[in-house]
Write a protein that binds this ligand. Structure first.
Ligand SMILES: NC(=O)C1=CN([C@@H]2O[C@H](COP(=O)(O)OP(=O)(O)OC[C@H]3O[C@@H](n4cnc5c(N)ncnc54)[C@H](OP(=O)(O)O)[C@@H]3O)[C@@H](O)[C@H]2O)C=CC1
Ligand SMILES: N[C@@H](CC=O)C(=O)O
Length: 430
């Protein structure tokens, strides 16, 4: 390819799109020297052309017509930062079919349709790069695919959603209200267009599916991931966790085991001195364990305009370099094996359990008996009188199979003295 500016079509000019525009237009010389050619954004697709935008931009660049981008032979790289599945999947598929390299931050699309998109990029010898889809500005996809390629990865444990980590940090440190801190995370541009994906754990589950697919060389999709979000975490749980010397975090955990790939996203109590306990606000951190390298940790801002755009633009620069050297498509799909997904019932963890009970003699004994009957042994018990005849019991178990835990809880729920199983949270990292 000749060394003139490489033209880009941008799909989306929201939080991330704005950052991409700012970096590409704000740092052209640095980019040109690193790539070997300049980058030029030729067209930008938006939903609403008349929307006021805090950017110095030529209005003629904006379009609502996808054909202006995917049918323009001058545009060599399409950057997709509009999000969602439809019409995005259609646009990205058509861009790849038309021989354009694609850079995307869209975990929703990659976690479900990655396989078919990789087939298209393989067929058209184009790049499909998605570094920003996991953990915002943190380099993790490329390190997994390239720098750690010599390893057999055994496990990944991380905080991979910026919104919920921001919320849990504020709830823990400042006693903030759930709805208030969610609004703050939205205002800062951290949350998804529909923040349900963040607070219910689906955003983290999509990212975990992407990471696990690369780490274990086997396609893991969103539906394979066990998901619990943070909506049931209360101020009481955070306070009890503190009393027990733990912090509450939303974790993504992926392990390769003899019974298959274990993939789960859920809140967890982690010890206060665990390295993930001090990962606060919008920061994310991911531990990757490889058989040769041992433990590695990746840390940085997991969401937001400029951190995410940093990852997107680095991908654009890679795609541009590959075009210049006529090698697009050389980092293709790494899912060359088919591994089973481990049944959630067979996973093991310690558990924190909060029970609302009637305060009378023998209650604790009946609960302990039900746990013991299902081979769940208890590590610690806190009992608080609440009001009138009621009390709250907080238990932490030793490590137990999920299946046994659920069976024990089903029995406990039936006990006449147990008014409610108020919460169950796994305990990790002890
Ligand atoms: N925000 C973040 O911190 C991160 C986001 N991501 C991912 O990046 C992507 C973009 O996120 P974000 O920038 O926050 O999203 P925003 O909602 O802020 O921006 C979306 C942009 O896409 C445009 N758009 C949406 N739908 C259409 C459509 N049907 N046709 C044309 N244009 C459309 C919107 O146009 P208009 O401006 O006219 O409304 C807007 O410019 C998502 O996939 C997200 O998951 C990944 C990592 C971090
Ligand atoms: N909503 C996401 C954005 C980045 O992926 C998050 O909060 O992590």
């Amino acid at each position: 390819m000749s060394v003139e500016n490489i033209k880009i079509g941008l799909l989306g000019l929201g939080t991330v799109g704005r950052g991409v525009y700012r970096i590409i237009t704000g740092n052209p010389e640095n980019i040109k020297r690193k790539v070997g050619a300049g980058l030029e954004i030729k067209k930008i697709m938006v939903r609403n052309i008349d929307k006021p935008r805090d950017l110095d931009i030529n209005p003629a660049m904006l379009t609502t017509n996808i054909e202006d981008i995917i049918d323009d032979p001058e545009i060599k790289i399409v950057v997709e930062v509009m999000g969602g599945i439809e019409p995005t999947l259609d646009y990205v598929s058509r861009a790849l079919e038309n021989g354009k390299s694609v850079v995307t931050a869209n975990k929703d699309m990659i976690a479900v349709y990655g396989k078919q998109l990789f087939a298209l990029s393989d067929a058209s010898h184009t790049d499909l790069l998605f570094e920003a889809s996991v953990a915002g500005g943190i380099p993790i996809i490329r390190p997994l695919k390239q720098c750690l390629a010599a390893n057999r990865v055994t496990q990944i444990i991380g905080i991979i959603n910026g919104t919920t980590n921001y919320m849990l940090t504020k709830m823990t440190e400042e006693g903030s209200d759930f709805a208030d801190v969610l609004r703050e995370a939205q205002a800062k541009g951290y949350a998804e267009a529909d923040p349900t994906a963040d607070i219910e754990g689906y955003d983290a589950a999509r990212k975990l599916a992407i990471l696990a697919s690369i780490a274990f060389n086997s396609r893991i999709v969103l539906d394979d991931v066990y998901v619990e979000g943070i909506t049931k975490i209360t101020a009481a749980d955070i306070a009890y966790a503190g009393e027990l010397n733990y912090i509450v975090k939303l974790l993504g955990i992926a392990k390769e085991t003899a019974e298959g790939v274990e993939v789960r996203v859920h809140p967890a109590l982690i010890p206060r001195d665990h390295p993930l306990a001090s990962v606060n606000d919008v920061y994310n951190a991911i531990f990757v364990t490889g058989d040769a390298v041992g433990d590695t940790m990746f840390y940085g801002r997991g969401a937001g305009e400029m951190p995410t755009a940093s990852a997107v633009v680095a991908d654009v620069m890679d795609a541009a370099r590959n075009l210049l050297h006529n090698v697009p498509g050389f980092i293709s799909c790494t899912c060359y094996e088919e591994k089973p997904v481990k049944d959630m019932g067979a996973t093991e963890a310690k558990y924190y359990v909060r029970l609302e009970v009637t305060d009378r003699p023998g209650v604790l004994a009946s609960i302990a008996y039900a746990f013991g009957d299902k081979e769940v042994s208890l590590a610690s018990v806190l009992q608080k009188h609440t009001d009138g005849d009621n009390a709250e019991i907080v238990l932490v178990t030793h490590k137990v199979r999920e299946r046994n835990m659920q069976e024990a809880l089903n029995i406990i729920k039936q006990l006449s003295s147990v008014n409610e199983v108020a919460n169950i949270i796994r305990v990790e990292g002890d």
